[in-house]
Design a protein around this ligand. Structure first.
Ligand code: NDP
Length: 335
């Protein structure tokens, strides 16, 4: 079995030496357990938090343990009557080729609906995040202006397309011309702005009447540019602030980008709300999946994956994710 372990807790930006790649025997499934061969591993920004032992909403990965992560794979052997060899399953099997899991922790997926890897993106945790955040916090209405940061990424691409399907005018923000062209031309956003350019001027041109909903994935200079442009009763969906994940907690904000002046929250009656998808999201997974499959069949939802081959390439790819080097939902093809 090939596994990627957490060797050391990173300080600042993770480096490949923080991980250790080991080979070991294939595990045997115990009572009620299933042996799964992982085919795709999801790499997600939250993993930076799990590498740190700073206080958070979830426990960190122990040093020497397999890195945590969602996977999709194939059942090889099963001691649970609900699963048979050959079944396609999704679960949190971690950065490894094989693993044994209690059947109760696995979910069967239908590979006739979407390709297997899409269960880690558009129909997985990132897609669920986009749907929950818009249902509960963003609540975009027809004609409203919705701005989505990291628009070409796993969460952003789904959030923008859902908002558009609900009749909103959707403006993406992404890094570089290629990502912006994809967001506009392939995902069908109304426009996409390059945050490496003069974002404030681009926002003024694209949102002349201001912004009703801002989907926050990034923080930093993107947030600073968007925030003053809220309309009255605007909603800010606080999904993540990836620009800050490599800044050590309690580092006295050294290196942290300046935050916006929150004064207008009162005057404009803004709603700023954070959420964590795992709080209640998975209970609503069947409803989410049905809605997404409807949008896919109706031609209103498409997606892009960034597929990197080989578990050994996962540390490097993950480090790149925190710097915007991915283009689309980042997954590892486990060989
Ligand atoms: P993405 O696929 O969007 O990849 C991250 C993207 O963020 C990069 O491609 C890059 O896009 C942008 N980015 C990275 N670093 C910076 C930086 N320093 N400054 C500006 N932009 C940067 O990742 P996900 O869709 O998986 O995650 C998006 C956000 O959603 C993250 O903040 C994540 O933590 C959060 N999240 C929150 C969840 C929740 O339950 N609250 C659940 C899942 C995700 P570009 O090149 O366009 O700038």
């Amino acid at each position: 079995n090939l596994q990627v372990l957490l060797k050391r807790r990173p300080v600042g930006e993770p480096v490949e030496g923080d991980f250790e790649i080991v080979e070991g025997p294939v595990p045997l499934p115990g009572h009620g357990q299933v042996l799964v061969r992982n085919r795709f591993l999801s790499l997600d920004p939250y993993m930076r938090g799990r590498m740190s032992d700073a206080k958070s909403y979830a426990k960190p990965v122990e040093l020497g343990a397999v890195m945590e992560g969602a996977t999709v794979g194939e059942v090889i052997a099963s001691n649970d009557p609900a699963f048979a060899p050959g079944d396609a399953v999704m679960g949190g099997q971690g950065w490894q080729r094989f693993c044994t899991m209690d059947g109760a922790k696995l979910r069967k997926v239908d590979v006739n609906e979407v390709p297997l890897s899409a269960n880690l993106g558009v129909l997985g945790m990132p897609g669920l995040t986009a749907w929950v955040g818009l249902e509960d916090i963003g609540e975009p209405k027809p004609g409203e202006t919705v701005v989505i940061s990291a628009a070409s990424g796993a969460v952003g691409q789904v959030a923008g397309q859902i908002a558009r399907a609900r009749g909103a005018r959707v403006i993406g923000i992404a890094g570089g011309a290629a990502k912006c062209a994809f967001v506009k031309d392939e995902l069908g956003f109304d426009d996409c702005l390059d945050h490496r350019g003069d974002l404030e001027a681009q926002l003024d041109a694209a949102c002349p009447n201001g912004i009703d909903v801002y989907w926050e994935n990034v923080g930093g200079h993107v947030q600073a540019a968007v925030f003053p442009r809220f309309r009255d009763f605007g909603r800010m969906v606080m999904c993540g602030m990836i620009a800050q994940y490599n800044i050590a907690p309690g580092a006295d904000a050294a290196g942290a980008p300046p935050g916006p002046n929150l004064g207008p929250v009162v005057r404009k009656r803004l709603r700023i709300q954070g959420f964590i998808v795992s709080d209640h999201g998975w209970q609503r997974y069947p409803q989410f999946r049905a809605v997404m499959l409807g949008l896919i069949r109706g031609g209103q939802l498409t997606w892009r994956e960034d597929v990197v081959t080989g578990l050994a390439a996962a540390p490097r790819a993950f480090i790149g994710l925190l710097k915007g080097e991915n283009f689309g939902k980042l997954v590892i093809k486990v060989e």
